[in-house]
Design a protein around this ligand. Sequence first.
Ligand code: GRF
Length: 209
Amino acid sequence: MAKRIAVLVSGGGTNLQALIDAQGRGELTGGEIAAVLSSSPDAYALERAKKAGIPGYVLPRGDARAVTAALVERLQALDIHLVVMAGFMTIVTEELFRAYPNAVLNIHPSLIPSFCGVGCYGLHVHEKALAYGVKVSGATVHFVTEECDAGPIVLQKAVEVLPEDTPETLQRRIMEQCEWKLLPRAVSLFCQGRLRVEGRKVTVLENAE
Ligand code: GRF
């Protein structure tokens, strides 16, 4: 039976689109996007879900604990197996990871542990990478744990930083060459049962366990 995937979004949803497109090409082996949950009623990601015929939901606003309780209740009602944070900008509490241990994935636009952690999101990530003068940057898919951006790493991909890069050009290159490829691949590996997590280490298995 296919694993039911919920994608959590807050904004434009290009990573959601990459997942929808991968599903359309038959590349989300073992999984199906069952729902899109947004922290904002105005997120363009909800339009993308609608166009793809995927049910969309708007989460209530409130303090982190109340929002997480509503989120977990909705995920369980929808019989979700895998939660994917794709540009989800809302803080959640440990109840989510208790309900979904090693079953919440996030995409971050840097090579963790560089340029990550509290306050490091969006264009800030790329501003910091350029200010530091790194020669490569990239993206990371990781399992989400209570500590921000610090869960076990599933996949990473690097790109060169070019001398003429601005935060915007670097952001775009990382999205196109890293994020939109890594996230569908990681989701598919999870859904095929090919990710083994031992402590911080994630092993990609040849075959399902
Ligand atoms: C991406 O850069 C992702 O890595 C980060 O938030 C951004 C979301 O973009 N977590 P989009 O909404 O998927 O276009």
